[in-house]
Ligand binder design. Structure first.
Ligand code: PDD
Length: 280
């Protein structure tokens, strides 16, 4: 695989980053994941807009222009022959000096890395036909989940707990309400309405969420942005999640209770079709 590090394209085993990099020592880094279908980047502009917001929230300089990011994404897709898969992009604050909790607010040289992951048949994931099983786990992440940082230890632990309990993913619960999945936004369908938590610091502002809600409204579906409890989700007609890598993924079981009779529902199926049609 060819990877990108600070302007250079290198074989992955020759790419290096300093051990003093604050991304490595302090998770002082932000990231984006852009899906690739048929060699095409999905929702690229949206991901770049969120990258800019994440960097600004952490007072980090943006090392590249949107055109330069686009060129690097395209080059990596091309050089690695990616038809279906993703491009991972990470910008960390770099290593302005010794390990120190304080950092110079601006002007440090960030570390920029990008790499691809091939995922053949990404759009035809068999799970999209059977749906995911979800378990609930307490949301113990920090309070700025709208910034897409690489502090992913708690979501990783929640994912491991889900797997240990025979499920595909976990929904995180705070104050009795679902915030989101470990790496996706959460939805239910009730009385024909699509319900998903409103945007705040409590959840990541999903780029797929924005696209799916736009397509839903264009298709005259009703959308309600509000939080919901686990019990409401278990009693819903349908449930699903969205993310750049899962697109629209139906949920058929929550904490052992079947949702929608344990079958993938029509709204999730339709939204997945629309999303894949419209964003390709
Ligand atoms: N995760 N919520 C969280 C906590 C996420 O990590 C993600 C994305 C999403 C969905 O956002 P988007 O639609 O922009 O992908 C919601 C990526 C895919 C990841 O960590 O791999």
């Amino acid at each position: 695989r060819t990877v990108y590090v600070n302007g250079e394209y290198l074989p992955e085993d020759q790419a290096t980053v300093s051990i003093f990099d604050r991304g490595f020592l302090m998770a002082d880094a932000v990231y984006e994941v852009v899906s690739v279908l048929d060699g095409k980047l999905l929702d690229f502009a949206g991901h770049m807009a969120r990258l800019t917001r994440s960097l600004e929230a952490l007072e980090m300089d943006n090392p590249l222009s949107e055109d330069e990011y686009l060129d690097a994404h395209r080059q990596l897709v091309e050089r690695n022959g990616i038809t279906d898969g993703l491009v991972y992009l990470q910008v960390s604050r770099g290593n302005p000096g010794d390990r120190d909790f304080a950092y110079p607010p601006k002007g440090t040289v960030p570390t920029t890395v990008m790499f691809t992951q091939a995922k053949p048949g990404l759009a035809d994931a068999p799970a999209a036909r059977t749906g995911w099983k979800i378990v609930s786990v307490e949301d113990q992440r920090w309070g700025r989940r709208d910034i897409k940082t690489v502090q992913l230890l708690y979501p990783s632990m929640a994912k491991m707990e889900a797997k240990a309990r025979g499920a595909d993913d976990a929904w995180l619960i705070e104050d009795g309400k679902v915030t989101e999945g470990t790496s996706n936004n959460a939805y239910i369908v009730k009385d024909g309405k699509i319900i998903t938590r409103e945007l705040s610091h409590d959840i990541l502002h999903g780029i797929t969420r924005a696209a799916v809600l736009r397509f839903a409204r264009e298709a005259q579906m009703q959308v309600e942005e509000r939080s919901f409890t686990l019990a409401e989700a278990q009693a819903a007609a349908e449930a699903f999640v969205t993310s750049a890598s899962a697109f629209v993924m139906p949920v058929v079981e929550i904490d052992g209770t079947s949702v929608g009779g344990g079958k993938v529902g029509p709204v999730a199926t339709r939204l997945r079709e629309i999303y894949l049609e419209e964003s390709r």
